[in-house]
Design a protein around this ligand. Structure first.
Ligand SMILES: *Cc1c(COP(=O)(O)O)cnc(C)c1O
Length: 445
């Protein structure tokens, strides 16, 4: 519901950038409430992250046995970090700005199991739930390898329980795939505009797809209601989940190791910039939180949202967080960035991101497709449109006074663009994305 014009004017007077946001112009916002690591007041910390990492370790033998794409890494769900120098050059030419330092792509588009960043949060939350059920039932032998989760006995046990999730995209895929594999009855609630290939894939994996007329928030509402009406049911709640958040956060431990292996220092003289596509804010929030725990003030995290779905931006800028939606400000929340079309931020993540994130910029849909084509041409890496959003980060931030204000040596910086998905996108679909990008680029390329 739109708010009264008078109230809207008050907000705009207080936060002039809101006017540009409402007019759907791309903006860069720096977070005035960001805190130094020692001054943050957070509901969770390093200890919870370590516990989450340990859970992943316990399940590694199971994941390795059940998902072939994890076995090379011993059942650890992780993605490579790749330097992308050709793309760096291409960006400088196209967006008219030399990027100081090195440019990397964190390839969550290659993550096993779910082919997107949701393989971190979604898989973690379901594993956490499964472990608790098994433990409470006295089923789990703690001295035995978690390979026992593959047994008929466990699958039989989990088949009494249901899991539900409302998602039109990657979260649905990750929850559906891991839940069905463990033996749960899993229902994915989708709006009717969900892509056919996702529904097909989920059904093939053994999940139930429930489709709703009307918009996505109705699908979530109905999904939550129908799931919780069943006894022994569990609803994965993207809008407030702490488990999703912790599942994402452990990426920071893995990234630290990857940077060390590449000999890349991160400290006050060698700042690390990380650019994260943002929907409800759980994935980027969890990763930013983790990175702050690991690298402290030497890491600078920026979120990216579509100009049509700046939910976290508006929530943090106004301080209202999950109490406001983009629709309240007359913004339509229509974008082709899968996973980014979110009108209202996560309540759990927002309270933390408010302290950890350096800023947020917005991006127009056509840029996503252009960047997709540029990345494909320069590095032969194919990702989904939303996963490209971070690629504009270095140019965007360099055009602000951020480095100067914080006295950062950009020539010694490392930039990590978090690529969030793409591996499961069918070939023909990807070809269509690429062609659109080429069209938008026009004669420029
Ligand atoms: C889910 C998702 C995001 C954002 O994650 P949130 O937790 O919703 O902020 C970004 N990119 C892709 C491809 C996603 O699937």
């Amino acid at each position: 519901m739109d708010m009264e014009q008078q109230e809207l004017n008050c907000w705009i007077e207080k936060y002039p950038l809101l006017k540009n946001i409402i007019n759907l112009q791309p903006v860069v916002w720096q977070n005035p409430k960001m805190k130094k690591i020692g001054e943050m007041t957070l509901p969770i910390g390093l200890r919870e992250m370590e516990q989450a990492e340990q859970l992943w370790q316990r399940f590694a033998p199971y994941l390795s046995a059940e998902f072939q794409d994890t076995s090379a890494a011993g059942g650890i769900v992780e993605s490579p970090l790749r330097e992308i120098p050709s793309m760096k050059e291409r960006l400088s030419v196209h967006y008219d700005g030399d990027i100081g330092g090195k440019l990397f792509l964190k390839c969550d588009n290659e993550l096993p199991i779910a082919g997107s960043i949701k393989a971190r949060g979604g898989v973690y939350e379901v594993l956490h739930h499964a472990e608790k059920l098994a433990m409470d039932a006295g089923l789990l032998n703690v001295d035995e390898s978690y390979g026992q989760f593959s047994s008929e006995r466990f699958k039989q046990f989990f088949s009494q329980y249901s899991i539900g999730v409302g998602s039109t995209g990657n979260l649905g895929l990750s929850i559906g795939i891991i839940s069905a594999k463990l033996g749960f009855q899993v229902s994915v609630y989708m709006s009717s505009d969900a892509k056919q290939w996702k529904k097909d894939l989920l059904r093939e994996k053994g999940a139930t797809v429930v489709e709703f007329e009307g918009d996505f928030s109705e699908a979530i509402l109905a999904g939550r209601k129908q799931t919780l009406a069943k006894p022994d049911a569990y609803f994965v709640d993207d809008e407030k989940s702490k488990h999703l958040f912790l599942g994402y956060s452990v990426a920071a431990f893995r990234l630290k190791k990857q940077l060390e292996d590449l000999g890349i220092p991160v400290d006050a003289e060698h700042p690390l910039f990380v650019y994260l596509p943002c929907g409800v804010g759980g994935a980027p929030g969890g990763i930013a939180f983790g990175l702050k725990q690991v690298f402290g003030d030497a890491v600078h995290c920026f979120f990216v949202e579509p100009t049509h779905s700046p939910a976290v931006l508006i929530g943090l800028m106004t301080g209202e967080k999950d109490k406001v939606s983009v629709q309240d400000f007359g913004i339509d929340n229509v974008t082709e960035g899968d996973g980014l079309a979110v009108g209202r931020p996560s309540s759990f993540a927002s309270g933390i991101s408010e302290q950890t994130v350096s800023g947020i910029y917005t991006i127009e849909d056509p840029e996503l497709f252009k960047l997709l084509a540029l990345l494909a041409d320069s590095e032969t890496i194919f990702v989904e449109p939303s996963a490209t959003a971070g690629l504009l980060g270095p140019v965007k931030i360099q055009a602000t006074d951020y480095a100067e204000t914080n006295q950062l040596q950009m020539a010694a910086a490392s930039h990590i663009v978090w690529s969030t998905g793409g591996a499961l996108v069918p070939k023909e679909e990807m070809e269509g994305f690429y062609q659109r990008g080429k069209t938008y680029l026009g004669g420029a390329e």
